[in-house]
Design a binder for this molecule. Structure first.
Ligand code: ADP
Length: 465
């Protein structure tokens, strides 16, 4: 049943829901109207019975021989002179019938109704003959000061006919109204969903080649407009990542090509005129250098690709920052010594971050490596870790040339280098800071660049606590 329902189109389901809702409302309304009218007519009938009851009490005389008769000169005057329209029995207290005024010839009310009981006033409905329903009121009354039992009848035929007509009209109108509701619902749903169909057609036309196309969105504030907005935003993001991917692939190919070209050129020259063993050794040396550059580049690309592929919530552990910074300093001591640089570490006590240690280490390695590379000889590289009320701040400061403010954002993009020729000569492909940024963001931090007040640059990694 569920799958049948789910296989239907939205407009069909809407139309059916609409029809079902209309049916429920109609049934409830018809039932309510029927109940109200039945109650009103019933109350009218009972009121008439009560007034008949009073009239009878006033107009009936009792004979000396205990018989009862209708007194035309009773206190109700003219009203009483009219032929009485009510049907009634008058019974003595011990169950003896004193007077009967009935039009029913065939019906034997004695068979249907037992003699009235003295105690209480009661209203009942009985079927005297087939299809002849009467409302009966029994009750103790007084005729000329003597207690008697009076039973009054009123025909319910008229009331039942009225109620029957209500039922008939409802039964006839009901299917018509429900059918109209279903058709109307279907038409409204079709009309409302038409823009959705148009949207689906348009969306189908958008492929990876035409990602710049957007869905038409005449009314961004209605539901369909919001859907189109979301869709268009997604398309924009998709287009941006496609463009980024294409740029990345182009840059990566270019970067891979340069050392390969160099390798080939050096090899070819050596092959052509390389008889001198010393020259050959030099050639092999520079070929190995290019090979190393290629390896570094491929390693960096792999690191980025791995970070792209893994989920953001890497395993977190408590990382002791002072220990980590000490480790990074030891790792780079030899490299720094070559330029007579010193690496100083200053860390507040017990600074710890919940993070993936490997990623944080990777980010720091890239920053310190850059600082050594760009810092002048005999300079000092300062690595600090400070804990404040709401954040932990790790910075790597050097006295190099610094970076112009206009590049402060771009510097973290993949393959971006400020001075391409010089940077490449130093072996960089412009991936170090991109790796650092991605690693830091993976562990919930952020990375930024500031200018050092006395020249040079300060790279800052911050974690909220
Ligand atoms: P690369 O591997 O080429 O060094 P990075 O992403 O690490 O790539 O750095 C990108 C560019 O940013 C470098 O080419 C360099 O021009 C600049 N740069 C990075 N760190 C520093 C620094 N500490 N001082 C000055 N310039 C820097």
């Amino acid at each position: 049943m569920k799958s049948w329902w789910q296989r239907r189109s939205v407009r069909f389901r809407l139309a059916l829901w609409y029809a079902a809702a209309t049916a429920v409302v109609l049934i409830a309304f018809a039932w309510f109207v029927y109940e109200v009218i039945e109650h009103r007519l019933g109350a009218d009938l009972d009121r008439q019975l009560r007034s008949d009851f009073e009239l009878i009490e006033a107009q009936v005389d009792l004979d000396a021989d205990e018989g009862a008769r209708w007194n035309v000169h009773g206190p109700h005057g003219d009203e009483a002179n009219a032929p009485i329209s009510a049907w009634f029995d008058v019974w003595s207290e011990n169950g003896e019938l004193l007077l009967r005024h009935w039009p029913f010839q065939k019906a034997n009310a004695n068979n249907v109704l037992p003699p009235p009981r003295a105690s209480t006033l009661s209203f009942t409905t009985v079927e005297l003959e087939r299809g002849l329903f009467v409302r009966v009121m029994d009750g103790p009354g007084q005729v000329e000061g003597r207690p008697v039992l009076i039973r009054v009848f009123r025909d319910e035929t008229e009331m039942r006919r009225t109620l029957g007509e209500i039922v008939k009209v409802s039964m006839l109108g009901f299917p018509l109204a429900v059918a109209l509701a279903a058709i109307g619902g279907y038409l409204i749903a079709t009309r409302s969903l038409r823009p959705l169909d148009a949207m689906a057609r348009q969306a189908r036309r958008i492929t990876s080649e035409s990602l710049s196309k957007r869905l038409p969105n005449p009314n961004p504030s209605d539901e369909l407009g919001r859907l189109a907005t979301v869709f268009n935003d997604t398309l924009a993001r998709l287009e941006a990542s496609f463009a980024e991917l294409q740029r990345f692939t182009a840059d990566a190919s270019h970067e891979l090509r340069s050392p390969l070209t160099a390798l080939r050129a050096v090899g070819e020259v050596a092959l052509r005129d390389g008889n001198d063993p010393a020259a050959l050794r030099e050639t092999i040396g520079s070929m190995l250098e290019e090979a190393q550059r290629l390896t570094d580049l491929v390693d960096a690309l792999l690191t980025l690709a791995r970070m792209d592929a893994t989920k953001a919530d890497a395993p977190r552990e408590e990382v002791n920052i002072a220990a980590l910074l000490g480790e990074v300093r030891d790792q780079f001591e030899v490299l720094a010594n070559e330029k007579r640089q010193t690496i100083a570490v200053m860390s507040d006590d017990n600074v710890a971050v919940k993070a993936d240690r490997t990623l944080l280490h990777l980010a720091l390695v890239n920053l310190v490596h850059n600082a050594i590379q760009h810092g002048p000889a005999d300079s000092r590289i300062l690595i600090t870790a400070v804990r404040s009320a709401r954040k932990i701040d790790i910075s790597v400061k050097d006295n190099g040339p610094g970076i112009a403010r206009e590049y402060h954002q771009k510097i973290f993009e993949r393959f971006f280098r400020v001075d391409k020729a010089r940077s490449r000569a130093q072996g960089g492909a412009g991936l170090g800071l991109a790796i650092a940024k991605q690693a830091v963001e993976r562990i919930g931090g952020r990375i930024m660049l500031e200018n050092n007040s006395d020249g040079g640059s300060v790279f800052r990694i911050q974690f909220e606590t």
